[in-house]
Every structure is written in structure tokens, then in C-alpha cells.
Design a binder for this molecule. Structure first.
Ligand code: ADE
Length: 267
């Protein structure tokens, strides 16, 4: 017969493939992380392997690490290094592409976007705090025409996880995303309008794609620098990146431990 059984077409042990379970427990997660410094300690924690035969188009720098952690298929997706410049492919363009490609290839039950962020002390943020975003939006897509203005802001909700928040005692705040590490006065006005506590360079892009393809997404953001403080952002960011990554990765590991054996509606 030429009829394809969708479940048994490929190597059963290939963790590329979504496994079918008898209940609605989460079986596959994708963790999108923009910087190598943030990703590698988690690759180690979950004992993941780099996929040398990745499902992504040849020539893309996107890297998939995968493995089974306590029965959960865990994938860490890192957009990799820019081919010309050799630095991490941070920002919304790479994040949206890698999120789209990962959902298409891996059909995750849940996406986690984890990374560092700037925090606003006026909203209670301190260096090393780790936030779960209740809501994400853009702050650098200004289109002052009715309705296009709202399209530009592109607000989306983080997947609601009341039990996880309570159990792990995590901070909650709104996240604002833009493609610049610094903040112009116009960005600042939008960030205030977005009521954001934390500011990053990928979250709203990941949220856009996750919403398009109807995959629940949660956002875990650790604060490396205080945006409304007196230190230059890039200096403070680089100074704190390694130490804050420890806090970020510890929280992501606690979140994943909480997810094991649960369905998305139990989070
Ligand atoms: N990532 C870490 N710090 C940031 C900031 N201040 N703005 C945007 N992304 C960041």
C-alpha cells in the first residue's frame, strides 16, 4: 500500500518525531535561546546532543540540541552565529525564523523563550531577577495610522501558567521587545505605554509566530541591566551576563522540571 501511517513513517527512535502518548501530557518542548552563553549551560543540564543532521535548510546557522529529559523531548534552539560576523544572531528576525522552522519540524506542545533582558527599577526589577512575561509587545514598530498603530505594537499574552507561577514563586511582569539594545526616547515612551517591567530583543517575535501557529508560549527573562539606572546598558549587560545566566538557567530548569508529566492546561 502507498498509504502513509503518519505515526510510523520514520525511525521510531528519532526524537525529531513527535511521539504520541495516550494522554494529553506535554511530550515535546522547544526552548528558543538567542545567545550561546545562555544556551550551553542548559544543554549541559538536560544532557542534550547537538543535531548534526538538523531539519533546517542547509546554510542556516540555526542549531538544534535535543534529548530526552525525564521522559520529555527537550529541544534547545539557538539561532547560531551570523555567517559573516561570527556573533550570535540576536534580535527579532532570526528569532521569528527559528521559531517558525522549529515548530514546523518538531511540532512542540509548548515553546519557552528564555533569555536575558533589561529591567526597570521603577517597576521593581533588580539585577538577577527572573521574570515570567504575562504579556509581550513591540516598542520599536511605530506606525501612527489608526489600527496599524496597534498592529505595530503587536501585543500578545504569554500562556497562562497560574500553578507554575505559584509553585515556583516566580516574578511576573510585562515584556517589551525591540531590535536595539539601547533605548531612544521614542522607544522609552512605547515601553512605558506597554507597561513593561523587562525589555528584550526577541520575545514579541517568538510570540507572534507561536500565536500564528497556535502553540502555547512562555517567556522566561532574567535581568542583566537596569535600563532606568545610571550605568551604560552595554557595559552593565556584559558585566552581568555570565552570573545572570546562572540564575536564568536555574529557573528554566525548575520550569522544565515542573512541566514533566503535566498537560498544558495544568500549568
Ligand atoms: N538584553 C539584556 N539587556 C537588554 C536590554 N537592556 N535591552 C534589550 N535586550 C536586552
Amino acid at each position: 500500500t502507498t498509504t502513509m501511517d503518519p505515526i510510523h513513517t520514520q525511525d521510531e527512535n528519532n526524537s525529531n518525531q513527535k511521539t504520541v502518548s495516550s494522554d494529553n501530557h506535554i511530550s515535546t518542548i522547544v526552548i528558543i535561546i538567542a545567545m550561546q552563553t545562555e544556551a550551553l549551560p542548559l544543554v549541559d543540564t538536560f544532557k542534550l546532543t547537538e543535531d548534526r543532521n538538523s531539519p533546517f535548510p542547509k546554510g542556516t546557522p540555526w542549531v538544534r540540541y535535543y534529548g530526552s529529559y525525564r521522559g520529555l523531548n527537550v529541544n534547545i534552539l539557538w539561532p547560531g552565529k551570523d555567517a559573516a560576523l561570527g556573533v550570535d544572531s540576536i534580535g527579532t528576525v532570526s528569532a521569528s525564523l527559528v521559531t517558525y522552522a522549529a515548530i514546523q519540524a518538531l511540532q512542540p506542545d509548548l515553546i519557552i523563550n528564555a533569555g536575558t533582558s533589561g529591567g526597570f527599577k521603577a517597576k521593581g526589577a533588580c539585577i538577577g531577577d527572573v521574570y515570567i512575561a504575562s504579556e509581550v509587545a513591540f516598542h520599536d514598530r511605530r506606525i501612527p495610522i489608526p489600527v496599524f498603530d496597534l498592529y505595530g505594537v503587536g501585543v500578545r499574552q504569554g500562556f497562562s501558567t497560574p500553578n507554575l507561577l505559584k509553585e515556583l514563586n516566580l516574578k511576573v511582569g510585562k515584556l517589551s521587545t525591540g531590535d536595539s539594545l539601547d533605548m531612544t526616547p521614542l522607544d522609552e515612551a512605547s515601553i512605558v505605554a506597554n507597561d513593561a517591567t523587562v525589555k528584550d530583543m526577541e520575545g514579541a517575535a517568538v510570540a507572534y509566530v507561536a500565536d500564528l501557529l497556535k502553540v502555547p508560549a512562555i517567556f522566561v527573562k532574567a535581568v542583566t541591566d537596569i535600563v532606568d539606572g545610571d550605568k551604560p546598558t552595554s557595559e552593565e549587560f556584559l558585566q552581568n551576563l555570565t552570573a545572570v545566566t546562572v540564575a536564568l538557567d536555574e529557573t528554566v530548569a525548575r520550569v522544565v522540571d515542573y512541566i514533566v508529566g503535566k498537560s498544558v492546561s495544568e500549568l
